[in-house]
Design a protein around this ligand. Structure first.
Ligand code: F6R
Length: 363
């Protein structure tokens, strides 16, 4: 049931606010006492976390790497499952291994899990399908509570994965006592506010739709982001290519000048994820490098950011001001909407893009 929407993807984007509310409540409700994560996970007896997944799920892991390292001081290795499993990486019993998969059936992710079984201290899976193969073979199963995701392009599963991983990073910080209590509770509040913000962010849909009508004319696009917005830039490019078939690449903003800038001309839209945060000035200078070469900037930011630097950009998308490290969760919405409306404009099969399957059980 598409619930009145034209596509499952549109419905699944729109329902993220309510779906996330349930996930946030489930993982943070025990604030005063024991959370469910506290019973199942011990971050005090590990040296590092290894996170493995494929596609969009691997980009959730990449985003969470920033959180685990910055918030909890835990070293994190991330990898895509198809490389990890054949690389023979050394895994000790002081490694917590996390496998993230919407379907819980992705063959490479399952094989990576089996590689770690018996080596890692604990095998944790973050899945949407609780009775899946990956869940069955894990020591701890953390459901993302997204409900069925029908659209082949992952949307609400991605943001719910982020919520669970964010709650885990907070749990790690709490157990390892790396943050003062006030700092920790501020971060918890920021995560608790995320579902409400997801609804507020949807107000950018009109702007995004208008820009998508322009974007649909181009053959290529670049997405740029810094810090935890870098994985989101990769996700934006992945989403755009898989449903609109526009060739898109994501780069770390600071990496542009090391090669990709050669691609910039007036046929190259560049989506810059630029919240007004501590890295804003750096991102703006990368944006100016693009504009100086005729690149067409789509600037995604808040009112402050757009007022400071939106003036000469080609297009602007405004979202509310979102404080703290979990901002990529809310910024995922305009990124998803941009891919969605561009695909609709091009008339592609949004829910069933060519050559793709919802569950990839071949290696
Ligand atoms: C992209 C997408 C895929 C999946 C990937 C992993 O929109 O949906 O990249 O994220 O195939 O699938 P799961 O999460 O089921 O392991």
């Amino acid at each position: 049931d598409k619930g009145g929407y034209r596509h499952f993807m549109a419905k699944e984007i729109a329902e993220q606010s309510s779906v996330l509310a349930a996930a946030v409540k489930f993982y943070l409700s025990g604030r005063e006492g024991q959370t469910m994560l506290e019973n199942d996970l011990d971050f005090t007896n590990i040296d590092r976390v290894v996170m493995v997944a494929c596609g969009t799920a691997s980009l959730a892991c990449f985003t969470a790497k920033y959180w685990f390292e910055q918030i909890a001081g835990v070293p994190v290795e991330i990898d895509i499952a198809s490389e990890f499993r054949y690389r023979e990486p050394p895994i000790s019993d002081r490694t917590l291994a996390i496998f993230v998969s919407q379907s819980g059936e992705t063959a490479d992710t399952l094989a990576a899990l089996r590689y770690c079984a018996g080596k890692a201290g604990k095998i944790v899976s973050v899945v949407n399908v609780a009775e899946s193969s990956i869940a069955r073979e894990s020591d701890v199963v953390l459901p993302i509570l997204a409900g069925p995701e029908i659209g082949v392009a992952s949307t609400k599963a991605f943001t719910c994965q982020l919520v669970v991983l964010a709650a885990m990073a907070l749990q790690a910080a709490r157990q390892r006592k790396v943050l003062p209590a006030e700092a920790l509770s501020k971060l918890e509040d920021q995560l608790l506010q995320m579902p409400g913000l997801m609804a507020d962010v949807m107000t950018c849909e009109g702007q995004v739709k208008a820009i998508s009508q322009q974007l649909a004319r181009f053959k290529d696009a670049i997405f740029l982001g810094r810090g935890a917005m870098y994985p989101l830039a990769l996700e934006g490019a992945l989403k755009l290519k898989e449903i609109s078939y526009i060739h898109a690449e994501g780069y770390a903003s600071g990496e542009l000048k090391h090669g990709p800038i050669a691609l910039i001309d007036d046929d190259m839209p560049v989506v810059v994820i630029a919240p007004h945060d501590e890295m804003f000035d750096k991102t703006v200078s990368n944006m100016q490098e693009v504009m100086a070469r005729g690149g067409k900037i789509v600037m995604l930011s808040d009112a402050k950011g757009l007022a400071e630097a939106g003036g000469e950009t080609w297009q602007q998308i405004e979202v509310p001001q979102i404080e703290g490290p979990f901002a990529p969760i809310a910024y995922a919405v305009p990124i998803q909407l941009l891919a969605y409306h561009t695909a609709v404009e091009k008339g592609t099969d949004v829910d069933q893009p060519r050559n793709l399957a919802k569950s990839v059980t071949v290696e």
